[in-house]
Design a protein around this ligand. Sequence first.
Ligand code: GDP
Length: 444
Amino acid sequence: MVLQDLGRRINAAVTDLTRSQNLDEKAFDSMVKEICNALLEADVNVKLVAGLRQSIRRSVNFKELAPGVNKKRVIQKAVFDELVKLVDPHAEPFKPRKGKPNIIMFVGLQGAGKTTTCTKLARWYQARGFKSCLVCADTFRAGAFDQLKQNATKARIPYFGSLTNTDPVAVAAEGVEKFKRERFEVIIVDTSGRHRQEDALFEEMVQIQQAVRPQQTVMVLDASIGQAAEAQSRAFKEAADFGAIIITKTDGAAAGGGAISAVAATHTPIVFIGSGEHLLDLERFDPRAFVGKLLGMGDMQGLMEHVQSLKLDQKDTMKHIASGVFTVRDLRDQLSNITKMGPLSKMAGMIPGLSNAMQGLDDADSAAKLRRMIAITDSMTDKELDSDGKLFVQEPTRMTRVARGSGTSVREVEELLTQQQTMATMAKRMKGGMANMQRAQGAM
Ligand code: GDP
């Protein structure tokens, strides 16, 4: 999405400043201005941008910075933190309870991606051990039920809907009752959207909500919604008081800033983002990771900060990443460091790709998985550890040998190498940015 352009501009503004010889207040002001212009052009609400501008200025008080403090680092951190605040409403996302019916209702305009996202979310919960199903309460749009049916069948999710009953409230209530009786745990209700906010749509939404009494109402918002996002989300919030937002089509060409404004206007967390038309294109939304990615640092920013605070020996890996390299040994070092860092689920979330591998596992399971991954690397030769991993593809018998030596499976070895490839690709992408960060830190 064009959010990447936004990220690039913000990053460039910060980098320009941190490279400039005269790091004075004037240079700082023009950086803040450039960041704000970039945000405005990406459709972020004017008031929010003004607020951000003030906060960045407030958090970096030039005159009061003690001599010897690394100004560049302080500025980078301030920009990062303020952007995180912008997308983080500090509200806990909904957690379904096992063994109970959890009803989730979707609302949003037509075409926002509700039907597609319903199925993605049902699959997401299904993959995490919740017995999940779908109810189609969209009796307005011809073909809505067919679409849901097709998606649900593909994902093997049980569904309910009616081709003859045109009363969405009755269909929703009937579907939810049926699935409750059948002891489903996550029951997702898709409602109809209209082209605009219309009174009839809101009325129907409220009636369905009263009939099925959802634990969570989710508003689906198209990333391309732009300036209309704020008014729209406020209107939906007033009528349906949704507790979470899912932004769809983040893979598209939209500016995306409108979505950020919607979050801030309604103090509602974005819980997931849709990143494609495929069933698996649904990602957990994490503000720090989001801003990190926005600024082109990947999720590694948080990891780096954490690692630095722990004073672990990271020199080689950092040097490698700065030069765009990430070897199997680098991955091994990271994995063994993680075991020293505490809350595994949190740490894994910071390493791109590893969070997927750990999804759905609790800390004990994650620790066991991590030990197996380390065991795999322990069975590798130095040549293999210091390689970019490609020699395993050229000579697959190496994988068999390592799997046997570590008491794991070839599939697990492959998984680890995929992980390392993800990191290597990121390292390549981050080459410039990391080198800058290192320079900045070196000057501390
Ligand atoms: P609804 O009217 O709100 O139920 O919207 P649909 O689920 O029918 O989605 C409208 C269109 O958006 C469909 O063509 C979907 O394939 C597409 N869509 C939904 N989510 C995404 C996404 O995250 N990325 C992309 N590229 N397309 C999406």
